[in-house]
Design a protein. Structure first.
Length: 103
């Protein structure tokens, strides 16, 4: 399995409702159309253990069967639409990483 990890810092309080409306109403529906997508999971951070801080507000995982399938998905018109839509997020909000699942 191979994942795209999208890590989001917390939007400014004044922008939070608009961000979430766009994220869940526009962005995630675009992600759901990615060919080969096995699962999409959005995790909103609620708390951390005492003494720890979390720099992220939300972490989304897009799961594919392989790196090749993920790369192929993002080369499609649907994948390009997802990439283009990330430009609608405030600067500095999004960090992305790719991860190989070790079982």
């Amino acid at each position: 399995m191979y994942k795209v990890l999208a890590l989001y810092t917390e939007p400014a309080e004044a922008d939070k409702a608009a961000f979430e409306e766009h994220y869940f109403g526009v962005h995630m529906p675009l992600c759901d159309k990615l060919p080969g997508l096995v699962r999409a999971e959005v995790n909103r951070i609620t708390t951390t253990p005492p003494g720890m801080t979390m720099p992220y507000y939300m972490i989304t995982e897009l799961v594919f069967n392989s790196q090749a399938e993920m790369e192929a998905a993002f080369a499609t018109p649907e994948g390009k639409a997802v990439g283009k839509d990330t430009r609608n997020f405030p600067p500095g909000l999004l960090t992305m990483a790719y991860a190989e699942v070790k079982e």
